[in-house]
Ligand binder design. Structure first.
Ligand code: CAA
Length: 251
């Protein structure tokens, strides 16, 4: 296990690595260094053919309480444009490897946006989600308005973004922000089970399937269907597909 100052990188086990946000004293507020460590780790693991699933976890009290307000207060618009933290978000969004969030406690502001940046998310029953930026005279800036609207729809997104109020884990599940709610303290264990299952499937198929689902949020249906079929045809020629189908057919 290796430890950066803010993100602890777990060992590769059954194709899965857990990245743990490790600043509980600051409720895992996402300072610049945290974002850069996270992006560096994800980028490195994304290039590792043995890493098939990446879990992002926080602590029991907080997944992440948002961007570090002290640091963000010092940044104006021009400073944000090419800031390494802005680039760090983009680097995370480029990952081809499935990202799974294991959420306990608060996922607020940038913390909620980090959950939304993952491909799937599991919440402990006590998790809380919200976009409180408006209470600071700001607004979500790492995909919160866009990804939340695509998961939760307009009405709930407007409510969260414009009031800054929080919702609980069950409401987050109903809104499609997380796919499952599990007993408090067990989100990581459930995320690990799902990640190991994902990691047991061929890497190329997993990555193309992830990419195809994400395209649904960016393209008209006809274009998404065209791209889906292109990946489907591409995989039809893969050795792993041939091997897995032959194994099935042999019984
Ligand atoms: N940034 C910086 N420090 C933070 C922080 C944050 N987002 N969240 C918590 N902390 C710090 C607190 O300042 C406190 O530090 P000290 O011990 O040095 O005083 C420490 O973490 C513990 O915090 P609390 O005492 O408040 O802990 P709590 O358990 O009582 O409450 C909480 C937890 C509800 C998450 C509360 O800390 C809170 O409301 N945090 C701010 C949430 C927020 O507004 N997030 C949005 C940030 S802005 C953003 O994400 C995007 C953007 O920039 C536009």
């Amino acid at each position: 296990m290796s430890a950066g100052a803010d993100v602890v990188i777990g060992p590769l086990e059954d194709g899965v690595v857990v990245l743990t946000l490790a600043r509980p004293e600051a409720r895992n507020a996402l300072r610049h260094q945290t974002m850069i460590e996270l992006a560096d780790a994800i980028e490195r693991l994304d290039a590792d053919a043995d890493a098939r699933g990446i879990i992002i976890a926080g602590g029991q009290k907080a997944f992440a309480a948002g961007a570090d307000i002290a640091e963000m207060a010092a940044l104006d618009g021009p400073a944000l444009l090419a800031h390494p933290r802005t680039l760090a978000w983009q680097r995370i969004w480029r990952a081809g490897c499935p990202l799974i969030a294991a959420v306990e406690g608060w996922a607020l502001g940038g913390g909620c946006e980090l959950v939304l940046s993952c491909d799937l998310a599991i919440a402990g029953a006590g998790a809380r989600f919200g976009q409180p930026e408006i209470t600071l005279g700001w607004m979500p800036g790492a995909g919160g308005t866009q990804r939340l609207a695509r998961s939760a729809g307009k009405a709930l997104t407007m409510q969260l973004v414009l009031t800054g109020d929080q919702i609980d884990a069950e409401a987050a599940r109903a809104a499609g922000i997380v796919s499952e709610v599990v007993p408090s303290g067990t989100a990581l264990s459930r995320a690990r089970t799902l990640a190991q299952r994902i990691a047991s499937h061929p890497r190329q198929a997993t990555r193309l399937a992830k990419q195809a689902v994400l395209r649904a949020f960016e393209t008209p249906l006809s274009e998404g269907l065209r791209e889906e079929h292109a990946s489907f045809r591409h995989l039809a020629s893969s050795e792993e597909r041939a091997a897995r189908m032959a194994t099935f057919l042999r019984g």
